[in-house]
Design a protein around this ligand. Structure first.
Ligand SMILES: *Cc1c(COP(=O)(O)O)cnc(C)c1O
Length: 420
């Protein structure tokens, strides 16, 4: 699951002649290899499928590749449903795991035949009124104090998502009284979690709940969705998750709790986004200015508009300098963008080789929650996205924004007749 920057220096320079910086580069080959590895690791699970969390990399070209590798789409908004459909992902290959959901999105998800994963007990009636009850309903479980979260997602007890333990039992009773015959159970309690035990614990928690729901209500859950949240090694010192180990340990729990209680087969699915594409994307940028004041600053031609994670969560993204990979990292920089916001930084007090104007900077692990989080604050434009195909060809899967795009929602003509 470690990403490997796929180009040599010369190949990168050639690419830069065609596409001006900044841009995100994604590597199809590594994305496919990793998708196959994920599938293989969990292939014992009945009905295993990873529903790619579209918000991580909402690009239909990538989604089409993932579909071909057997993935579905985990959507939570109208735009994400549209993207899934455009990529040819429909029906039960869509998991609609939304929250604070508007009625028209439930109608659209229903029309597409998606699995609807409700975030609250009050949404049962809301869904029934908006779109009618589907044949299958899933609920998102929030274990509250029974499970610890992490920095990105927060503690379950303080998180806005899901139904409480008490509500879960009531909810299945209500929907079975309404005639629903097929049931799913979902949870998503951590994000970017590298601990194998944590993920095994999540599966155990849902297995226990499936058994308890069956004992108390006679309701048989046919599918559990373990959510996403598998972490990736952002830091060169991090170790990726041992998927095979997680799989073996979940299998032991499955044998004991599900098979042991006569509840097999139980389908097991996931909604990973980050671990699917994260390590296989790189933000390519150039040093625009070097500035030495109280600290030394390297100002790039990319900004938070292209990668928000460091500014938003203080996340670490590894940085290398093209052609200077072997030089000692003996200079300390804050690596910044041009926003008038002091958290517009890709790295703070980072040791790097000595930088010069024009140096090509490679920011690693930007394939998930990278371009997707971009915003237009301060008039910053979002970059293009380039896919490196398996045959080595570079293919633009999204062009860069232009000023026309930025101003598209303003009508300057109306300004002339407007009296201030
Ligand atoms: C964000 C999200 C995911 C994906 O999380 P990753 O950390 O990218 O794996 C999956 N499911 C839901 C409901 C989410 O909100």
């Amino acid at each position: 699951m470690l990403g490997q920057y796929p180009l040599t220096k010369d190949q990168t320079l050639k690419l830069l002649k065609m596409y001006p910086t900044p841009f995100h580069l994604y590597d199809e080959k590594q994305i496919r290899t990793n998708a196959r590895r994920l599938k293989k690791a969990f292939d014992w699970m009945p009905g295993f499928k990873n529903y790619f969390a579209v918000k991580a990399l909402p690009n239909p070209f990538i989604m089409k590749i993932l579909r071909e590798e057997g993935m579905g789409a985990d959507c939570s908004s109208m735009a994400e449903l549209v993207l899934a459909e455009k990529a040819g992902i429909v029906g039960k290959n869509i998991m609609f795991s939304s929250n604070d959901t508007p009625a028209d999105e439930l109608v659209a998800a229903s029309k597409l035949g998606a699995i609807i994963n409700l975030d609250d007990i009050s949404h049962i009636d809301f869904l029934d009124k908006a779109a009618g009850m589907p044949d299958m309903v899933s609920f998102r479980y929030n274990p509250g104090p029974l499970k610890e979260g992490n920095v990105i997602i927060g503690k379950p007890e303080e998180a806005k998502y899901g139904l409480t333990r008490e509500q879960i039992f009531e909810a299945y009773k209500i929907v079975s009284d309404k005639g629903v015959k097929r049931f799913g159970l979902h949870t998503m309690v951590a994000s970017n979690e590298l601990g194998e035990d944590y993920h095994v614990g999540t599966a155990r928690m849902l297995f226990d709940l499936v058994v308890e729901i069956h004992q108390k209500l006679g309701v048989r859950i046919e599918m559990i969705d373990l959510g996403g949240g598998y972490g990736i090694p952002y830091h060169p010192g991090d170790k990726g998750i041992d998927l095979e180990l997680v799989s073996r340990q979940i299998r032991d729990e499955y044998e004991k709790l599900i098979v042991g209680n006569g509840l097999a087969p139980l389908e097991i699915v996931m909604e990973n986004g980050r671990m699917v594409t994260g390590p296989f994307g790189w933000l390519i940028s150039r040093v625009r200015h070097i500035k030495n004041i109280y600290r030394n600053y390297a100002g790039l031609d990319a900004s938070m508009a292209n990668l928000m994670r460091p500014g938003m969560y203080g996340s670490y993204h590894h940085i290398t300098v093209l052609g200077k990979e072997k030089l000692p990292s003996d200079h300390k920089y804050d690596v910044t963008g041009p926003l008038c916001e002091n958290n517009d930084k890709f790295a703070v007090e980072r040791m790097l080789p000595e930088l010069e104007i024009g140096d090509v900077i490679v920011i690693h692990c930007t394939g998930a929650h990278g371009h997707a989080m971009g915003f237009n604050y301060n008039g910053q434009l979002r970059s293009s996205e380039i896919l490196l195909r398996e045959n080595g060809e570079a293919f633009e899967i999204r062009r860069a924004e232009t000023l026309e795009d930025y101003f598209a929602t303003l009508d300057f003509n109306k300004l002339e007749g407007f009296k201030a």
